[in-house]
Design a protein around this ligand. Structure first.
Ligand SMILES: [Zn+2]
Length: 258
């Protein structure tokens, strides 16, 4: 733990990368994990089908019926100690920001301001017909009533800005992510098994440019052998960090180091 604090305090440019494991602490089921949404049949459908762009284009009904139980009830979940400590670390200038694979907006709700969502976010929706923009707060009540949201301008189908299967990740954001990772001298990988791209290669950009990788994840990852420090229990690590932050230990170390 002291080694992690020392790394955080010495680093001039720390970037955080978060995955489903961070959301799991808030009670949100891991999409891809064992027993998660992706492995569960829903109405005879695999969730990978429900979340595919082709399927959505042909009939958005099932997606919205599925999403009603998850994507539009996010208010019931609260940020975990990981979310809140990351927000504090940002405020203290100890991390630059968070890249996340999660689409639950919990980093923002915890108070993080530099959050880059590589799988998109339901905060914004767009009409597939005319491109008009709608906000989560407008769409959620309709979906919760059991309706499929249609555009008030052209009657086109409205889709959340979440990256579906069959859709490309936003190239510009991905470029920015690689550049940020390459410039970082420390990347904290939290709750990601790093098995899908680009998650698997982003922290390596830091490593290849001389930076350090710290991984906190309950399962093994293919990047474990590159990690300077390796922890398994997110809650334990971040509860400890919270205490150190509260006692001013991390910022003191920072001052001593300067
Ligand atoms: Zn429209």
């Amino acid at each position: 733990m002291n080694k992690l604090i020392s790394l955080l305090a010495k680093s001039k440019n720390t970037i955080v990368f978060t995955g489903a494991g961070v959301s799991t602490l808030s009670g949100i089921r891991d999409f891809r994990g064992v027993g998660g949404f992706y492995s569960a049949n829903w109405d005879g459908m695999e969730v990978e089908d429900i979340l595919s762009l082709d399927f959505f284009m042909s009939d958005p009904t099932l997606f919205y019926r599925w999403a009603r139980e998850f994507l539009y009830t996010l208010e019931q979940y609260t940020p975990s100690v990981v979310h809140t400590v990351l927000a504090t670390l940002e405020q203290e200038g100890l991390i630059r920001g968070v890249y996340t694979q999660n689409i639950d907006m919990l980093h923002q709700r915890a108070g993080s301001t530099h959050v880059w969502e590589i799988h998109g976010s339901p905060a914004i929706h767009h009409c597939l017909g005319c491109g008009a923009q709608f906000f989560y707060t407008e769409i959620a009540p309709q979906v919760l009533k059991g309706e499929v949201p249609f555009c008030s301008i052209c009657n086109g189908v409205i889709k959340p800005d979440v990256v579906f299967y069959g859709e490309q990740l936003k190239a510009k954001l991905l470029d920015q992510a690689y550049q940020d990772m390459a410039r970082a001298d420390l990347v904290l990988v939290l709750g990601s098994s790093l098995t899908v791209q680009p998650a698997a290669s982003l922290p390596m950009a830091t490593f290849y440019h001389g930076g350090k990788i710290v991984i906190v994840n309950s399962q093994e990852t293919p990047l474990d052998k590159y990690a300077k420090l390796r922890f398994y229990d997110l809650k334990e690590v971040f509860s400890a960090l919270e205490i150190h932050l509260h006692n001013g230990v991390i910022s003191h170390t920072l001052q001593d180091g300067d």
